[in-house]
Design a protein around this ligand. Structure first.
Ligand SMILES: [Zn+2]
Ligand SMILES: [Zn+2]
Length: 469
């Protein structure tokens, strides 16, 4: 068996790993590189492998850094199945169409500039048509139900507890009469998350490909995060301007709606209008509504047990759809909460709100998710006083806040516990999906605690298993 890393190698985004055994070759995730402009250029390059030779694509979950280049696979001629859970497929429909719309829009703008400069037009990384077409390749799978990709390849999905529909992938390969188990962790959820069960514990792995986003971090507990949120909302209210929350449309937006609703019910924050300025987040919220039966027991048993059901009836939550509705917020943002995407303030409608309100000392920005290197979110968090937004230099006067406890990723102790829970621990662990300092910190702890051999692959690097000398 051969394993090759094409993305999320020594960085967080762009997950893309190729596993080959006999005549079968599987691509696990096909994600976009996000955040770093220099690295993002690679998204547009042809894949560094033969797309048509791949027998199957398996997706861990519907985040762009894991699925964002699936339409490009289609564009380059891939026509075999794309395997995912039903919820991942449903979320991918929204995510990939949105991604194509952004690509088409950005290319149209670029081409206007190119035309002025007498240059040839360029085409988008993929079109809406290609995004829609690749969705026809998707095949749904249930968690915990093993299925055969070929006579010698058995696959099983486990709940990753990261976002709705997220899965870990276990692949059992038979080679020369011997079985080898390879596990791809995907993104591992943070314990105690609302709506989701905790990440599954697996029995066995020979080879493990594991994420390490927060391999050097300890998250504060949920109660602490809720306290922080209540305090920040109250302070933002006092300041008088809008509280802007850049938010990923999938999962984090729904969690924030849920927490804000609960805090208001508990009388811990003032009543404020919440503007959900993201048509995509609205569609995703519909999927949450339609799958209420999947919301895990602990959320149902929480103090505000039926909060999610009540959110549908909360008249303070306003979904905005048109550009006009979004722009109208510039005038009436006082004492309001604006939840809008993108989550790292790299694109999307949040940019317009930031452009209008960052220079005002009455405004507040709250980051509740991971901010990759090179993003506007990271610049603001590092205290930069001048930033560039949509071609304009903006002076930052707003209060910039961050809460880490809502993370969708396990922290260092959780990652170590998850690894330690294997009944038969892996012989080798490949650490990916992390910035170098996180990976190195996790590597050191794995070595110290479990003595397992770990590798930190480079992009394009190939490994063989069982190892030959
Ligand atoms: Zn993810
Ligand atoms: Zn990820």
């Amino acid at each position: 068996m051969k394993i090759q890393f094409f993305g999320a190698a020594r960085m967080v985004t762009g997950s893309c790993t190729l596993l080959e055994s006999g005549s079968v070759s599987m691509l696990i995730d096909c994600g976009m590189i996000q955040g770093d402009e220099k690295e993002e250029i690679r998204n547009a390059l042809p894949f560094p492998f033969d797309v048509k030779a791949i027998s199957a694509v398996m997706l861990t979950h519907a985040h762009l850094d894991h699925v964002g280049l699936v339409p490009k696979l289609y564009k380059e001629g891939y026509r075999n199945p794309v395997h995912a859970t039903r919820l991942t497929r449903e979320l991918c429909e929204i995510l990939l169409e949105d991604s194509a719309a952004i690509a088409e829009r950005e290319t149209a703008i670029e081409n206007r500039h190119r035309l002025d400069a007498g240059l040839e037009p360029v085409s988008p990384i993929y079109t809406m048509e290609e995004a829609k077409a690749c969705l026809s390749l998707f095949q749904d799978h249930s968690l915990l139900k093993p299925w055969f990709l070929s006579e010698d390849v058995r696959v099983q999905w486990f709940d990753a507890g990261h976002i709705l529909g997220s899965a870990m992938v276990e692949v059992v390969l038979r080679e020369a009469g011997e079985e080898h188990t390879v596990v791809f962790s995907g993104d591992i959820g943070h314990r105690g998350k609302p709506f989701l069960p905790d990440p599954s514990k697996l029995a066995k792995a020979d080879v493990l490909v594991m994420e390490s986003t927060y391999g050097d971090r300890l998250h504060p507990g949920y109660e602490e995060a809720r306290e922080q949120l209540a305090k920040i909302v109250c302070e933002a209210y006092e300041r008088g301007g809008p509280l802007m929350i850049p938010c990923f449309a999938i999962q984090r937006t729904q969690e924030m709606l849920y927490y804000l609703h609960c805090l208001e019910e508990e009388g811990r924050i003032p009543s404020m209008d919440i503007f959900l300025d993201s048509p995509m987040a609205h569609r995703v919220t519909q999927i949450f509504n339609d799958n209420i039966q999947f919301i895990d027991q602990k959320t149902k048993e929480m103090e505000s047990g039926n909060a999610w059901v009540a959110i549908g009836k909360n008249h303070r939550i306003h979904s905005l759809f048109t550009k006009k509705e979004s722009q109208a917020l510039n005038q009436k943002g006082h004492h309001a909460i604006i939840i809008s995407s993108g989550g790292m303030a790299q694109g999307g409608r949040i940019l317009h709100h930031l452009k209008h309100h960052l220079w005002q000392k009455e405004s507040t920005v709250l980051f509740v998710g991971y901010q990759a290197e090179g993003t506007l979110g990271r610049e603001l968090l590092s205290g930069q006083k001048q930033v560039e937004i949509l071609g304009k230099r903006i002076h930052v006067e707003a209060a910039i806040e961050q809460i880490e406890g809502f993370s969708a990723h396990a922290d260092q102790p959780e990652l170590l516990d998850w690894l330690g829970a294997f009944e038969q621990r892996p012989a080798v662990v490949f650490l990916q999906h992390g910035e170098m300092q996180s990976i190195l910190a996790l590597q050191a702890r794995i070595q110290e605690k479990y003595g397992i051999k770990t590798w930190i692959p480079h992009v394009g690097q190939t490994y063989f298993w069982p190892e030959t000398k």
